[in-house]
Design a protein around this ligand. Structure first.
Ligand code: IPE
Ligand code: IPE
Ligand code: MG
Length: 246
């Protein structure tokens, strides 16, 4: 590989692809509404988009793809919708993870998923264990995930270590917090994409995205595919990242 010697043109980053892309999959409900369909139809189509994008990520050289599937705030939705979403998740874990696994996908979950229904938790744990040796792409699903709760949890763990004498107050630094986040073993996201035109993070990877490039696209999630991801990566390659330096 001679890419290190290539001139990096206007972009400080050159064409180096992002290692970690994180996506806020938004717009399923609006996709369905435009078609006069129930919201669940949008969510179903959204799962198809997630599978397509998970496959595409590997083809496009993305090491880690994180998909925001259910937030700690999504419990505020009507019980029927929550139960539809859990049903789709169960179906995905039962029927689709194996195919992804054949494509070299390792599954990882971030978020407080252990509080979900016990049989669903079991299915998830099995899928994670079954795909643990795959190394082409890591598909991270954020499930019952909220960044603020994640950081509070890390703070609690640190406080406990200090209280027990396992750590000193002076040991509490950014690295110590990072090591206690769900994402401790992952590189930070280089690129955070949100679909559907909304421009907010909705409690997603607030700590980890400190230096991520943010991209807000109008496409509704069910319409997002490989070409959209490829376009986002092209756009990313044009960005100049500085990390506070010059
Ligand atoms: C994203 O689509 C899916 C989840 C948040 C689970 P939405 O359901 O938020 O769709 P809109 O925003 O209502 O269109
Ligand atoms: C963010 O989407 C959560 C997920 C994509 C899982 P929401 O649709 O829940 O976000 P808000 O409520 O519009 O901020
Ligand atoms: Mg939404």
């Amino acid at each position: 590989m001679t890419s290190a010697a290539a001139p990096s043109v206007a972009s400080g980053q050159g064409a180096k692809p992002p290692r970690h892309v994180a996506i806020i999959m938004d717009g399923n409900g609006r996709w369905a509404k435009r078609r006069l369909l129930p919201r669940i139809a949008g969510h179903k189509k959204g799962v198809e988009a997630a599978k397509t994008v998970a496959r595409a990520a590997g083809d496009l050289g993305v090491e880690v793809l994180t998909l925001y599937a259910f937030s700690t705030e999504n419990w505020r939705r009507p019980p029927d919708e929550v139960s539809d979403l859990m049903g789709l998740l169960r179906h995905f874990i039962e029927h689709d993870v194996q195919e992804l696994s054949q494509n070299g996908v390792r599954l990882k979950i971030i978020g407080d998923y252990k509080t979900l229904q016990p049989d669903l938790v079991q299915l998830i744990d099995k899928a994670v264990a079954d795909t643990a040796a795959n190394c082409r792409t890591t598909l991270v699903i954020a499930l019952n995930y909220g960044s603020q709760a994640e950081i509070a949890r890390a703070a609690q763990a640190l406080a406990q270590d200090v209280a027990s004498g396992a750590a000193a107050l002076a040991d509490i630094d950014a690295a110590a917090i990072e090591a206690r986040l769900y994402t401790a073993d992952l590189p930070p996201p280089d690129l955070v994409i949100r679909t559907s035109g909304e421009q907010r993070l909705s409690n997603f990877l607030l700590w980890q995205a400190a230096y991520a490039e943010l991209m807000f696209v109008d496409t509704l999630w069910p319409d997002f595919g490989k070409a959209h991801l490829a376009q986002a990566l092209e756009n990313f390659a044009m960005r100049e990242r500085r990390f506070g330096g010059l």
